[in-house]
Design a protein around this ligand. Structure first.
Ligand SMILES: [Fe+2]
Length: 521
């Protein structure tokens, strides 16, 4: 059964009765007890007492109080200090400051720090009722405000999470693009250019420069740049740092990046300086170069995310360069083995000795005459000597047969381009290089082998090698006949131009022979 005092308290407002949690903080136990008895008389909730600020703070950290009565003057932590500390924990709590010596300053200070009311000691039961009545409405408002505040906080949290997620997706996209783009590159120069382009794009910066470390000259050599107007080959001096490590002298930075930089940039770790960032470029953990990026748009300083992206870019690019070097060695070794294989085939037949290198030489001359691309000329240089490597799979008795071949024997001969392609497959040759081996017996009229391609469907390098191959075969002695006179060879080329051979290649061959005085042969 509710007592009279509680009915009185209820009548103060139209609220349903509810149980509150109340904390009283005072260094005088009698005050705590008096107030506790008043409040218990009202039967409005659970009352806890604390005799100092520190103890009160422990309670507050673990409980949510509706009302806290705090004595202003306490030894140790005083009422105002406690008030300031409680604020972050209990926003909707009504805090009532109690003092026996009220002053205007103390009232203002308390209110300023979040106190809801003031109670002057000694107080009467009626004083408590008045204060509670006054605060009840305020407490409701505070609760609503708190709920709204929480809701806004949640919304803000979601927005922050969304923003974080957006940034993460953006970062992952950049990293994915870096890996993807690098995987398609097979030339170091392409990678050096990509480094500066991607650095500028990812950091939204204006300048970037990639330099490699020249140990002998103790200099850094510019390989690629963007936004600096530097020619490749410009050198930056390196000076020894205090720990003996190589560092870029500030003079280079000052003159090319326009920074008032008098220090030195280390080569072995990322470094950020007012509008400039550098990341090392290591190969097998050894300094190989450095990537410098400067002038982020709108003067924003470089941050940790920029550093992360640039380091990722530098590490992936370095790995690609390293792989290219390893692959280059592997390719060179395999090529050397295959070349000795070709020499072995040719050595078996004195008639065909040096055939492959003569065919390659003539092919290159024809390609140059026809203004083929440097890439195609390189392909002929590399793969020309291997065009007949597949003959290793054909019986010597067929290869060196003095008389004419049977249909079956000719069918076997026709397999040598495809056998050759299989032999060189570990080299990872490109399409054009493979075509030299696979299609050097195709005919312009489509009656060749193994694919029966015709006209311009036959790769140009294959059409060139076909003419050089046929010319060398005719102009050198074979097991079954003597070398044909030069003039006969020329007539054969002309006679078969447009049927067996590409007319453009035959025309180039005639021009080359004329220039070089072959007719005297
Ligand atoms: Fe051949």
């Amino acid at each position: 059964m509710q007592n009279k005092a509680f009915q009185e308290y209820q009548s103060l407002d139209s609220h349903e009765p509810e149980l509150f949690k109340i904390l009283i903080v005072d260094d005088e136990p009698t005050i705590i007890e008096t107030l506790r008895s008043f409040l218990q008389n009202l039967d409005i909730g659970q009352v806890t007492g604390a005799d100092c600020g520190e103890e009160a703070l422990e309670y507050v950290e673990q409980n949510q109080y509706d009302y806290i009565f705090i004595d202003l003057m306490m030894p140790g932590m005083n009422g105002i200090d406690l008030l300031k500390k409680i604020q972050p924990y209990h926003y909707p709590t009504n805090i009532i400051i109690m003092t026996g010596y009220p002053s205007m300053n103390a009232v203002i200070d308390s209110m300023h720090n979040g106190a809801a009311d003031f109670l002057v000691k000694p107080f009467q039961f009626d004083d408590i009722k008045v204060v509670l009545k006054r605060l009840q409405r305020l407490r409701d408002l505070k609760e609503k405000n708190w709920a709204l505040h929480q809701e806004l906080g949640e919304k803000k949290k979601v927005e922050e999470l969304n923003e974080q997620l957006g940034r993460r997706i953006h970062l992952q996209t950049i990293l994915f693009n870096i890996v993807n783009s690098l995987s398609e590159m097979n030339q170091p120069n392409e990678i050096y250019r990509y480094l500066v382009d991607k650095a500028v794009e990812s950091c939204i910066a204006e300048k970037a420069c990639f330099m490699i470390y020249d140990r002998e000259e103790a200099k850094l050599l510019v390989l690629s740049q963007k936004g600096l107007g530097l020619a490749p080959g410009v050198k930056a001096d390196l000076t020894s740092g205090s720990n003996g490590k190589r560092m870029i002298d500030g003079v280079f930075i000052q003159s090319h990046f326009g920074k008032a930089f008098t220090g030195k940039i280390p080569l072995d770790k990322p470094y950020t300086f007012d509008g400039l960032i550098s990341v090392p470029f290591n190969i097998r953990n050894e300094p190989f170069g450095v990537l410098l990026v400067a002038d982020k748009k709108e003067g924003i300083p470089f941050d940790k995310e920029d550093e992360f992206i640039l380091q990722f870019l530098s590490k992936k690019a370095a790995l690609n360069i390293e792989n290219m070097a390893l692959y280059g060695n592997l390719k060179e070794n395999l090529l050397a083995s295959f070349m000795s294989l070709v020499s072995a085939i040719e050595a078996k037949d004195s008639y065909t000795q040096q055939h492959s290198s003569r065919v390659t030489d003539l092919s290159i001359k024809l390609a140059k005459k026809m203004r083929c691309s440097p890439e195609d000329i390189k392909r002929l240089e590399l793969t020309g000597p291997l065009h007949d490597i597949g003959k290793i799979g054909i019986q010597d008795s067929i290869l060196n047969k003095p008389g004419s071949l049977t249909d079956d024997e000719f069918a076997q001969i026709k397999t040598h381009p495809l056998i050759g392609v299989n032999i060189v497959s570990p080299l990872g040759l490109d399409k054009g290089e493979v075509a030299i081996i696979r299609n050097h017996h195709e005919r312009w009229d489509g009656r060749g082998y193994p694919d029966g391609l015709s006209g311009e469907k036959i790769p140009r390098v294959s059409r060139i090698l076909a003419v050089a191959d046929a010319f060398d075969a005719m102009s050198s002695s074979r097991a079954y006949r003597q070398a044909l006179p030069f003039i006969v060879c020329i007539h054969e080329l002309e006679r078969n131009s447009g049927t067996q051979f590409d007319p453009e290649v035959v025309k180039a061959a005639l021009a080359v022979f004329k220039n070089e005085g072959y007719s005297s042969r």
